[in-house]
Design a protein around this ligand. Structure first.
Ligand SMILES: Nc1ncnc2c1ncn2[C@@H]1O[C@H](COP(=O)(O)OP(=O)(O)OP(=O)(O)O)[C@@H](O)[C@H]1O
Ligand SMILES: [Mg+2]
Length: 341
């Protein structure tokens, strides 16, 4: 089912939370709505679900205006950030609940068979008789997904479903969700403020700020070509460098580092990822001293202080010897340049 938002607006009292968002989610696509807290992600999801009304614009399910479709007929499965399982029902009863109250009448045996099938899909076979308090947080979110899938939704809406879980569990569930999505092919909107989660999971990432879409594209498109400094910084660590544009090239510490097409000569915003910087004993580069070295598997994150006082962070290979207190130069492999403003 294709979902299309056309200039959708939402205002709470006098506060405009969503400012004319237009977005098409193709049938079977998994898109991530990514943005900081308060950027309107949940509000957009709730409008698609019909839990909130848009005060402007239109939402279409296929060719049909969703305004004309009652919430329970939208065929939407919803998973919330906070576990919303019924604590007094077993896992199996939680999963079966939607079917037992659905307009589509199913026999008890049919519901049991479907619950077992869903338990298998979310890899929780054998846990159907436990209560939510007797399973882990990650397992609870898998139950929530099974419950959302129980009524064969045409659209799956996931609002930070893994937000409360620890990093390892999140990582595993992300891969798992993508597999389930690919198996079922359900049109899915996944809300997160975690850029890595969005980039890992989604076919397309939609970046929101203050209730507006700033950029949308495949993970590769938004990573390679962030439209502005907000997107660049939101997608990952970045150093802001002091420099200027001359003759369509960005110059930092006396070295030309990047083409700056379309950016006027003069001061500009110049950014480099930690992997775009390196360290050398001799210049040219930004004179700096190493403040700290943080070891990680496969690489070392170096926190240096430029002679101008600005902090610079870069990554080097795990084998590289580099010490706190060392003096040298931060060199640049590449940078991204934006016009000021
Ligand atoms: N019922 C409401 N009444 C008034 N303001 C609201 C209401 N719901 C949301 N807002 C405001 O609308 C804005 C967008 O909220 P929303 O919950 O959509 O953000 P979000 O992107 O989901 O943030 P988070 O990442 O923190 O969940 C926020 O400024 C919020 O305070
Ligand atoms: Mg939210």
């Amino acid at each position: 089912m294709e979902i299309r938002l056309d200039n959708v607006v939402k205002t709470f009292d006098t506060f405009r939370a969503v400012h004319g968002v237009s977005l098409t989610v193709q049938s079977g696509e998994l898109i991530a709505l990514l943005g900081p807290s308060g950027s309107g992600k949940t509000t957009i999801l709730r409008m698609v679900a019909g839990l909130e009304y848009a005060d402007g614009g239109h939402i279409y399910f296929g060719d049909q205006d969703a305004t004309d479709i009652p919430v329970r007929d939208r065929g939407v499965g919803f998973v919330f950030q906070h576990y919303a399982l019924f604590p007094h029902m077993t896992v199996g009863e939680n999963i079966g609940f939607g079917m037992s109250v659905s307009k589509v009448k199913r026999s008890k045996a049919e519901i049991v068979a479907r619950v077992n099938q869903l338990l298998k899909l979310v890899r929780l076979e054998g846990l159907g008789d436990r209560f939510p308090a007797q399973i882990s947080g990650g397992q609870r979110q898998r139950v929530a997904l099974a419950r959302a899938l129980s009524v064969d939704p045409k659209v799956l809406l996931l609002d930070e479903p893994f937000g409360a879980l620890d990093a390892n569990v999140r990582h595993d569930l992300r891969r798992w969700l993508r597999e389930i999505h690919d198996e079922l092919g359900i049109t899915t909107i996944f809300v997160t403020h975690d850029q890595e989660e969005a980039l890992d999971l989604a076919d397309r990432v939609v970046i929101l700020k203050d209730g507006k879409i700033v950029q949308q594209g495949t993970p590769q498109e938004v990573c390679r070509d962030p439209k502005n400094a907000f997107v660049l910084k939101f997608l990952g660590d970045a150093n802001r460098l002091t420099g200027e544009v001359r003759d369509r090239q960005a110059h930092v510490a006396g070295v030309a580092v990047a083409a700056a097409e379309g950016v006027a000569d003069g001061p500009a915003e110049i950014y480099a990822r930690p992997r775009d910087l390196d360290w050398s004993a001799a210049g040219p580069g930004v004179p700096a001293s190493v403040a700290r070295v943080l070891d990680r598997p496969g690489e070392r994150r170096v926190i240096a202080t430029a002679s101008t006082g600005e902090p610079l962070e870069f990554d080097v290979d795990a084998e590289r010897d580099i010490f706190a207190g060392e003096q040298g130069f931060v060199t640049l492999r590449r940078a991204k340049v934006f016009a000021l403003g």
